[in-house]
Ligand binder design. Sequence first.
Ligand SMILES: O=C(O)CCC(=O)C(=O)O
Ligand SMILES: [Fe+2]
Length: 198
Amino acid sequence: MVSAELDKFPVVSDMSRALRNLFDAGNTVQMRVLEIMGLGLELDDPQFLAKKHQFFCKTGTLRSLHYPRLNMKEIKENQVRCGEHSDYGSITLLFQDGKAGLQVRNVHDEWVKAPPIEGTILVNIGDLMQRWTSDRLIASKHRVMLPTTEEENSASRQSIALFGHPDDDEIIACLDGSNKYPPIGSKEYLEMRFSMTY
Ligand SMILES: O=C(O)CCC(=O)C(=O)O
Ligand SMILES: [Fe+2]
């Protein structure tokens, strides 16, 4: 990146403290969402999922995604901002700025827009949660498309994803007692996905 571009980054005083606060607050929200999911899934112990995320400070990952503003003339055919994928872990909290572009594939296999709604956080189910719940909860495929108007092109987009993953030494076995997916170590699963990707 050229230095002129770097100059356009906002100056955030005490960045590390700001990120730490976001990480900690996000952790609290993740735990609450996992508890609510435990209730919805009618687990004997509704806290079960949350209890498997005790070392979030070690397993959680915060990713800042900055999509620069675009020049219409430089856009290639079929270019997207972030290609179709599902997240690997249990649940992801996604904080979007005011810019549209995110799309989620619904149960009818159609792409639907998931525009940012002020004051809300988007929650994605990850692949390991799908496996854990024997496909009762489906990992949502999502992608980020390019802006459609010239005006939107002249603005950058910023999002922050907080990826949750069960504790490293947990064995993830189907919660319904079935053998739909063989049990797998949480860390082992994540490493397998990374090695397939990179
Ligand atoms: O930038 C976004 O809104 C989505 C990013 C995303 O899906 C990811 O990093 O896994
Ligand atoms: Fe994602």
